[in-house]
Design a protein around this ligand. Structure first.
Ligand code: PRP
Ligand code: ZN
Length: 296
């Protein structure tokens, strides 16, 4: 690995892996995997990817082995809460709009509970002991934290714990282990982050281009290109219905005096009820198209 290439640490196997790679491909990186496939090299840009366990990613950045990382905000939060030394090490660049999940307290399905006070003096298994400790303190709960690094969901079944505090995405793992979610403590998603130390000028150049591309990919994902026909005198109402839109382009329609074609880019998700509202003010032939790339 050359020092003049930017190194990004990604999750090897798990919820974030595919979306992380996909994001970088969308940024135009042509990725060649090595035999071990723990290492990817972009053939058209000086960037290398290192695929590792997500929990190791902050350490790789901290030690200067990698320059950038994509990891769940939950992993980063747990690390930075350990001590102040860690929190001054990392800088979150931006959330990435994928890998949404939550850190929740869960209990066996048949367990009855009224309030969160149920946790008083109970044993709670987790791989996020620091975040759990903070939560318990905030709720004035005294409980025993059972710290385990993986497969937390099996702890209640083995009578190692009365509850767990773990990551929930679809909820399938909880269901498979006869657990139910009791309380959401923290929402999380994938974030792009770096160490707080400065890049040298070569790496800074590579980073600046990548950052712009990631921003534009994310902006494009949220944006939609909307086309429709509408009565000319409904334009001001239409602008109220479509917030987050730049000035629409209004084009004449051949053979029609009072109707126009409207083209507009919406920077927000477009929901069915927005389209229905457009119809009520006379819009017709409505098309909503995805935006592939977007640069300001
Ligand atoms: C998480 C967590 C759960 C599972 C929850 O693993 O440990 O087991 O995903 O997802 P579900 O609600 O969709 O079933 P993560 O991706 O963090 O990997 P790791 O715990 O092995 O690092
Ligand atoms: Zn993990």
């Amino acid at each position: 690995m050359s020092n003049l290439r930017l190194k990004i640490a990604l999750q090897k196997k798990g919820r974030l892996s595919d979306d992380s790679i996909e994001l970088l491909r969308r940024c135009g990186l042509k990725l060649l995997s090595s035999k071990s496939s723990l290492f990817y090299s972009a053939e058209n840009y000086p960037i290398d990817l290192l695929l590792v366990r997500d929990d190791d990613i902050p350490t790789l950045i901290q030690d200067g082995i990698c320059d950038l990382g994509i990891v769940g905000d939950n992993v980063l939060k747990e690390k930075t809460q350990v001590n102040l030394e860690f929190s001054s090490c990392f800088q979150t660049i931006m959330p990435l709009n994928f890998g949404r999940c939550r850190l929740s307290i869960a209990v066996p399905k048949d367990q009855e509970y009224q309030t969160i006070d149920f946790l008083q003096n109970k044993r709670i298994a987790t791989s996020y002991p620091i975040l759990l400790q903070q939560f318990l303190k905030q709720e004035n709960i005294t409980a025993q934290i059972v710290s385990i690094s993986g497969s937390v969901e099996i702890a209640p079944g083995l009578n190692m714990a009365d509850a767990i505090f773990d990551l929930v995405s679809t909820g399938r793992t909880l269901a498979e282990n006869n657990l139910k979610e009791l309380y959401v403590v923290l929402e999380s998603q994938a974030v792009f982050f770096k160490s707080t130390s400065e890049f040298n000028s070569e790496k800074k150049k590579i980073y600046d281009v990548l950052l712009k591309r990631i921003q534009s990919v994310i902006k494009a994902q949220e944006s939609k290109y909307i086309l429709f026909h509408a009565p000319r005198d409904a334009i001001s109402k239409i602008r109220e219905i479509l917030p987050g839109c730049e000035s629409p382009t209004i084009l004449p329609l051949e053979g029609s005096e009072d109707k126009v074609a409207v083209h507009v880019v919406s920077r927000e998700s477009v929901f069915w009820n927005t389209l229905e509202k457009l119809q009520t003010v006379g819009a017709s032939a409505i098309l909503v198209l995805p935006v592939e790339k977007m640069m300001a």
